[in-house]
Design a protein around this ligand. Structure first.
Ligand code: URA
Length: 239
């Protein structure tokens, strides 16, 4: 992408119309690489220059990618009559057509990728792609080696095919066990149904990674961050 006028950049990034943008510049709200800039015709490089409006950096991307820490109680949809959706948490008015890649149940927490890159979402969700998804879970009952073996062999959860081999790692075994489980597909309520099939109940479920994306401890529930360029490249490469 070549250089472009600053007012055009800000308008294209959804900050406002060209005249609204000029007014913001006149009021000194716009900085270019840390210094105030009042010239709408100023040429900027959208990739390497840092442009902020009222102290907040403005990004101009054809596609946007966010890692969201979904709290329990919100639904993995873009619109819902009654429930809070993941998009209610994203305050990015300049990004259009965002949607969550795949679904987490309403009571499941954790990592959810939100983007407007339909091609990438399609590839990540393709059943043939087998993107690994790891969850932390609390399970009612003692998870044992029989469960680990059964998950590795694939489980009949009432679908046409058994589940693909899944990696179950007990972290703490007790009346309530803590486990990590990695699956390579994304069937409806898959983890809950897998445990049900071995006579156990999921009490708590949180997705902690998906392919190259990892939910860091510091990202609080209900908040989100942009993916880094490296993460976007890794996702596109596929793993
Ligand atoms: N498996 C489930 O049962 N629920 C989720 O939200 C994700 C995976």
């Amino acid at each position: 992408m070549g250089k472009m006028r600053l007012d055009k950049f800000l308008a294209a990034a959804g900050i406002g119309t060209r005249s609204e943008v000029k007014e913001l510049m006149r009021r000194g709200e716009v900085t270019l690489n840390g210094s105030g800039c009042k010239k709408p015709e100023q040429k900027i490089d959208p990739v390497s220059d840092i442009i902020s409006v009222s102290g907040k950096q403005v990004f101009y991307e054809e596609m946007s990618y966010f890692l969201f820490h979904k709290p329990a109680g919100c639904v993995s949809a873009t619109k819902d009559e009654k429930e809070k959706t993941v998009l209610d948490y994203l305050k990015e008015p300049q990004c259009r057509d965002l949607f969550p890649v795949g679904r987490l149940d309403k009571d499941t927490e954790g990592l959810l990728l939100i983007t407007n890159d339909g091609d990438l979402a399609h590839r990540l969700l393709s059943p043939r792609k087998h993107v690994d998804k790891t969850y932390y879970a609390k399970i009612e009952g003692k998870v044992d080696e029989t469960d680990v073996k059964a998950f590795l062999e694939g489980i009949d959860i009432g679908d046409e095919e058994k589940t693909l081999p899944a990696k179950l790692v007990p972290l703490n075994i007790g009346e309530i066990s803590e486990v990590e489980i990695t699956i390579y597909e994304g069937r409806y309520h898959q983890i809950k149904r897998m445990f049900e099939a071995v006579g156990k109940k999921v009490l708590y479920l949180k997705r902690i990674s998906m392919g190259p994306l990892i939910l860091e401890e510091s990202l609080e529930k209900g908040t989100y961050r942009r993916l880094s360029r490296e993460e976007i490249a890794e996702l596109k490469k596929g793993r």
